[in-house]
Design a protein around this ligand. Structure first.
Ligand code: ZN
Length: 342
C-alpha cells in the first residue's frame, strides 16, 4: 500500500477531503480537480480511484487508504480494472464527443468486479463544446454507483455549467523544498550516467514552476536544451541580431504546445514584473525587466491573450513555425524604437 499524502505531501489537504467524505458517506458524484500542469492531479485521481475501489481499505491513523493487496487493488495497479476508465485528449488535442458518449454508456452500465465505477476525464479543459454538452447530460443525471473525476489545468477554462455541478478541489503547488525532495527521490532511481546533474534538476524545477511531475519530465527529456536554444534566439531576435525566421525555427523544434507554454510563461512573468513582482524564469528576468520598465502593463496581458488565441486555434492544426513568428513579432513590438533600429 502507498499513502499518496506521504509520497506527495502537498496533496494532503485534497486527499484528506476525500477520506473524510468517504468516512461520512457523503462522496460527491462528480469532482473537479484543478491545479497547475505537472502538480500531481492524475496521481491524486489514481489514488482516489484506488481508495474507492479497494475491498479492504486500511486505516493509517489519518484516514483510510487502499490496501494494495486485494483483487481490486491489483487490477488497478495493472491498469486493467474494468470499472475504471480514463478519457484523455486524442490526436486532435481535444476530447471528442465519441469519447464522452462512451463515458455516458459506461456510467449507466453495471460494475463488473467492483462496487462502483469511476471515470477520469484528463483533461476536462480540453472538451470541445459538443463533448462538454454531452458530458453535461451525465452530470445532470447522477448514477448511484458512478463517480466522475474531472481534471482541469489551472488557467484553462471549463464550462461554468459543468463546474457548478461538481465539487471543486484544488491541488496546490508544493513548496520548493517539497518539490526538490520529491524530484531528488525520483531521480535517485535513475541509474548511473543517465542521472541528471544537480544543475539540471534545479533548472527543471525552475522551468516547471516547482510542479514536480513536470520537472521530472523536463529533467529526463529534451525540453531544457531546446528551451535554451529557443531562448537564446529569442534574445538575439529582440536585439535585432537574427531574423525572425531563424528565431522561429528554434521555437518550431519545441512543438506547438511547448512553444506556447514558453511564451505564456514569459508573458506572465512580464505581467508580474510590471506589477512590481519577480519573474519565475529568472534566466529571462533581466530582459523581461527591461521590457517591463519600457512598456505599460497592459502589453503583457495582450501577449497572454495572443497565446490563448493560438491555443484555442491549435485544434485546427496551427503551424508551429507561423505561430512562433506571429508571437515573436508581437514581442518585438515591445522593444523601444531606438533599440529596435540599432
Ligand atoms: Zn485493496
Amino acid at each position: 500500500m502507498t499513502d499518496i499524502a506521504l509520497e506527495m505531501p502537498w496533496l494532503q489537504k485534497p486527499w484528506q477531503t476525500i477520506q473524510n467524505r468517504l468516512a461520512e458517506g457523503r462522496l460527491p458524484h462528480a469532482l473537479l480537480v484543478t491545479g497547475e500542469c505537472g502538480v500531481g492531479k492524475r496521481a491524486w485521481a489514481d489514488a482516489v480511484s484506488g481508495l474507492l475501489l479497494c475491498a479492504s481499505p486500511l486505516n493509517n491513523g489519518s484516514g483510510a487508504i487502499a490496501c494494495g493487496q486485494c483483487r481490486q487493488c491489483q487490477l488497478l495497479a495493472a491498469s486493467s480494472h474494468p470499472d475504471v476508465r480514463v478519457f484523455s485528449p486524442e490526436k486532435s488535442r481535444m476530447i471528442r464527443i465519441e469519447q464522452i458518449r462512451s463515458l455516458s454508456t459506461f456510467a449507466v452500465s453495471s460494475p463488473q468486479v467492483a462496487g462502483r465505477k469511476i471515470a477520469v476525464v484528463d483533461r476536462a479543459d480540453q472538451l470541445n463544446i459538443n463533448s462538454a454538452n454531452a458530458l453535461l447530460k451525465t452530470l445532470e443525471e447522477p448514477v448511484a454507483d458512478f463517480v466522475l473525476i474531472l481534471l482541469q489545468e489551472s488557467g484553462r477554462p471549463v464550462l461554468p455549467t459543468i463546474r457548478s455541478r461538481c465539487q471543486v478541489l484544488s491541488i496546490p503547488v508544493p513548496s520548493a523544498e517539497q518539490a526538490d525532495q520529491w524530484l531528488a527521490g525520483k531521480l535517485a532511481e535513475i541509474e548511473g550516467e543517465k542521472q541528471p546533474t544537480a544543475e539540471l534538476m534545479a533548472k527543471s524545477l525552475m522551468l516547471a514552476g516547482n510542479a514536480p511531475r513536470l520537472a521530472l519530465e523536463y529533467a529526463t527529456g529534451e525540453f531544457p536544451a531546446l528551451r535554451d536554444e529557443a531562448f537564446d534566439k529569442f534574445r538575439q531576435f529582440m536585439r535585432g541580431q537574427v531574423a525572425v525566421a531563424e528565431a522561429a525555427k528554434a521555437f518550431k523544434a519545441l512543438g506547438l504546445e511547448d512553444l506556447l507554454w514558453l511564451f505564456e510563461g514569459w508573458a506572465a512573468d512580464l505581467a508580474r514584473l510590471s506589477a512590481g513582482g519577480k519573474a519565475n524564469d529568472h534566466e529571462a528576468g533581466e530582459m523581461l525587466g527591461f521590457l517591463a520598465t519600457n512598456n505599460p502593463a497592459w502589453r503583457a496581458h495582450e501577449l497572454l491573450d495572443l497565446v490563448r488565441e493560438a491555443r484555442s486555434a491549435g485544434v485546427y492544426n496551427v503551424n508551429p513555425e507561423l505561430e512562433a513568428t506571429r508571437l515573436l513579432i508581437a514581442w518585438r513590438g515591445l522593444m523601444p524604437r531606438k533599440r529596435r533600429a540599432s
